[in-house]
Every structure is written in C-alpha cells, then in structure tokens.
Design a protein around this ligand. Structure first.
Ligand code: DC
Length: 222
C-alpha cells in the first residue's frame, strides 16, 4: 500500500502550498487535482462545448490530452500553466467538476498518482472519495476575505491582474457550488485534522500537518 496524505479545502485555503511543501519535505509525489478540473474546463471552453451538456463534458475529460512535465502543464502539447490559473479557468473548473461523468473520468487518473514512496494529494474530495483509506487526512479552511487576499497576491505575483472585490464574490460563489453539488461535495472527511488558517502562517500549518504525519508514519524521519 502506497502512503497517502490528503489535503482538502476550499479555494485559496493554502492547500496547494502546503501540499507542495509537504511533498518536497517527504520526497513524495504531489497531485494537484484542481489542475485536472481546470484543464477539462479550459479544453471544453476551447472546443466550444456547452457547459450545460454533461455528455460532451465527460467526453472532453475522457479524451483529455494533458501532460505534466516537471513544473509545466501541457494541453495538446501547448503550455497552459498560466491559462489554467486564471479565475475564469477556476470557475469553469468548478462547473465541470459538478458533472458526475467528468469526476468518474478523472478518478483512475488521480489514483494512478499513488506511487512509492508516497503521495500528497490536494483537492476537494481527496480524503472523502479518491483516497478514502489515506492514513492522514487534512482539511484546511480560512475565511473568504483572507482567501481572496491570498489569491490576489498569488495572481499579482504571476502577473495576472485581478479585482479584489470580484475575487471575494467569486470565491463565495465557487465555495457555494463546490459545497452544494450532489457528487463529491467539498466537506471535511471523517477523522480529518481540521486547521483554520485565517490567522495562522504557512509555517504553523505545516508544523501541525507534520505532527500528524509523524504519528501516522513513525518510521519517517521528518
Ligand atoms: O483547487 P482549485 O482551485 O485549483 O480547483 C478548481 C476547481 O476544481 C474547484 O472550484 C472545484 C474543482 N475541484 C474538485 O471539484 N475536486 C477536486 N478534487 C479538485 C478541484
């Protein structure tokens, strides 16, 4: 059994940053499952597929020509690393993510990331659906305004312009859609370590996660 740590939470909760830091610290693989939904959203948009057509959206997910090469994300050979990070791509992702057939199409793809020595997986349903047997599950939250502030900073650092008030509104809208959908809604897995990070710096979050990792895998020297 490959060791898996899941990190779920709403948009901007810091789960991507924590997942990457933890994977580097452990020397494990890292799965950013949101990137897959963002790729499906982008591919569907580019192909002119209707977001109200679940059959066509599932076909896009099943035929997704995506590759992860180091830090680069390719769609049909084109580098879309920046294009999938925009708020618009996040919203398209949240829409396709509500389609059961799209989620089913991405399931095996995500599980295939569980390779030795271990995997840190971040998303919305990593601990509830994709890796329900993971020995360590984390659920990260922070209030919407703080998450919008972090997202704003991240986007500006990447040279993507964004309006703060729009970001808060979009984050709330996305939370609502992700939490209320019928399939694999965003919610804390049973027995998850829940961390409210509004006033907690990244280093403090990482310390708490590491503590849980050490007790689940006592042989690891981290
Ligand atoms: O984590 P993110 O912001 O990159 O995710 C983009 C969208 O994809 C998010 O609004 C909901 C969806 N998503 C999901 O439904 N399940 C996941 N495991 C990851 C992301």
């Amino acid at each position: 059994m490959v060791r898996v740590v899941t990190i779920d939470g709403p948009s901007g909760s810091g789960k991507g940053t924590i997942a990457r830091l933890l994977a580097d610290r452990l020397g494990w693989h890292c799965l950013d499952s949101g990137a897959l939904y963002r790729l499906v959203g982008l591919a569907a948009d580019r192909a002119g597929v209707s977001f109200d057509d679940p059959v066509a959206l599932e076909a896009v997910a099943r035929g997704l020509e995506a590759e992860f090469v180091g830090e680069r994300v390719l769609l049909g050979g084109e580098d879309v690393g920046l294009a999938i990070r925009t708020e618009q791509a996040g919203n398209l992702a949240s829409k396709v993510a509500a389609v059961p057939g799209v989620r089913a199409a991405l399931l095996d793809w995500q599980r295939a990331y569980a390779r030795p020595p271990g995997l840190v997986a971040d998303g919305r349903d990593m601990g509830t659906v994709v890796f329900p047997d993971a020995p360590v599950k984390v659920f990260l939250t922070a209030d919407a305004e703080e998450r919008a502030r972090r997202r704003h900073k991240q986007l500006l650092e990447k040279g993507i312009s964004a309006n703060f008030a729009h970001l808060v509104a979009e984050i709330r809208e996305r939370d609502e859609r992700d939490r209320s959908r019928a399939v694999a809604p965003l919610k804390a897995p049973a027995a998850a370590l829940e961390i409210e990070s509004t006033a907690l710096p990244i280093a403090g979050v990482l310390d708490r996660v590491l503590e849980r990792v050490r007790s689940a895998f006592p042989d690891l020297a981290v």
